[in-house]
Write a protein that binds this ligand. Structure first.
Ligand code: NDP
Length: 247
C-alpha cells in the first residue's frame, strides 16, 4: 500500500488482539514493525510468523507504565531500523465494574496503562518526530472515548482522556506531524479477560460483545490513516460492528 511500505511502525500491546492484527496487517503491506508488550513469548511467535510470510518484524519487552521502558522501546526501533515513522499507542485494558465496587487497584491500572501509557509513548516518540520534522501517532481509543454507561465509567474516562490528548497534541505539534485516533467498537481480542467480575465478564461476552468484528477491521483503518499523503491527517476513525447500535 502506498505510503505504508518501508515505514518503521512501533506498536504497543502487540502480543494479542488488535495490536497483533495491526502488526500482521502493516507487515503484510511492507511496513517494518516493532512489537512491544510484556508477554515476549507471544511476541516471538507473532514476529516469527511475520518473518515466515516475508515481512519485517522485531520485538522487545515493553511495559508502557514505565516511561524509561517506553523510551528504550523507541531507541530499540531506531537501533534496528534507523528511524521511526509511526508510533501506535494500542496497549490497554478494560476491567469494567460499577464504581461502588471500589476496585481501586483496577482504576489505577487503567489510568496507568490507558492514559499514562499513551503519554509515555508520546514522550518517547515525539522528540524523534520533532528532530526529523515528520512522523505520525495512531492512538487506539474506543467507542468509549465518546460514550459512557454503567460499568464503563472509569474505562470511558481513560479513553475520553486519550481523545482529548490526541486532539491537543495534533494542535501543538508542527505542521508536518500527524495524529490519528482510531476508535474501535467490539472487536475480537483478549480484552474481556481483563474483567475481574465473572458475572460481568459473562454478561459482556453475551450482550454488548455478542457481535464482534475481527482485529483486521481495525488494522485496515490504521493502515488507511498511515497511507494518506503526508499533508493529509486523518484525525478520527470510528469502526464498529454494523450490528452495534446502542453505544
Ligand atoms: P487485548 O487484551 O487482546 O490486548 C491488549 C494488549 O495490551 C496486549 O498486547 C497486552 O500485552 C497489552 N498491555 C496491557 N498492559 C500492558 C502494559 N503495561 N505494557 C505493555 N503492554 C500492555 O485487547 P485488545 O486488542 O482489544 O486491546 C487493544 C486496545 O484496543 C486497547 O487499548 C483497548 O482499550 C482497545 N479497544 C478494544 C476493543 C475491543 O472490543 N477489543 C474495543 C475498543 C477499544 P501484554 O499483556 O503482553 O503486556
Amino acid at each position: 500500500m502506498e505510503n505504508v511500505k518501508g515505514k518503521v511502525v512501533a506498536i504497543t500491546g502487540a502480543s494479542s488482539g488488535i495490536g497483533e492484527a495491526i502488526a500482521r496487517h502493516l507487515a503484510s503491506l511492507g511496513a517494518k514493525v516493532v512489537l512491544g508488550a510484556r508477554r515476549t513469548a507471544k511476541l516471538e511467535v507473532i514476529a516469527n510468523s511475520i518473518l515466515e510470510n516475508g515481512g519485517e518484524a522485531v520485538y522487545t519487552s515493553l511495559d508502557v507504565t514505565q516511561p524509561d521502558n517506553v523510551k528504550a522501546f523507541v531507541e530499540y526501533a531506531i537501533d534496528k531500523y534507523d528511524t521511526l515513522d509511526v508510533f501506535v499507542n494500542n496497549a490497554g485494558l478494560m476491567p469494567l465494574s460499577m464504581i461502588n465496587n471500589y476496585k481501586i487497584a483496577e482504576w489505577h491500572q487503567m489510568i496507568d496503562v490507558n492514559v499514562k501509557g499513551v503519554l509515555h509513548g508520546i514522550a518517547a516518540a515525539l522528540p524523534v518526530f520533532e528532530s526529523k520534522d515528520s512522523g505520525q501517532f495512531v492512538n487506539i481509543t474506543s467507542v468509549g472515548d465518546r460514550w459512557v454507561g454503567p460499568t464503563s465509567t472509569v474505562y470511558s474516562a481513560t479513553k475520553f482522556a486519550v481523545r482529548a490528548i490526541s486532539d491537543g497534541l495534533r494542535q501543538e505539534v508542527s505542521r508536518n506531524i500527524r495524529v490519528a485516533l482510531v476508535a474501535p467498537g467490539a472487536t475480537e481480542s483478549e480484552l474481556p479477560n481483563t474483567i475481574s467480575d465473572p458475572e460481568l465478564k459473562k454478561m459482556a461476552i453475551e450482550s454488548f460483545r455478542k457481535d464482534t468484528i475481527p482485529g483486521l477491521a481495525i488494522a485496515k483503518a490504521v493502515a488507511f490513516a498511515i497511507a494518506q499523503p503526508t499533508d493529509v491527517d486523518v484525525n478520527e476513525l470510528v469502526v464498529r460492528p454494523t450490528a452495534q447500535k446502542a453505544y
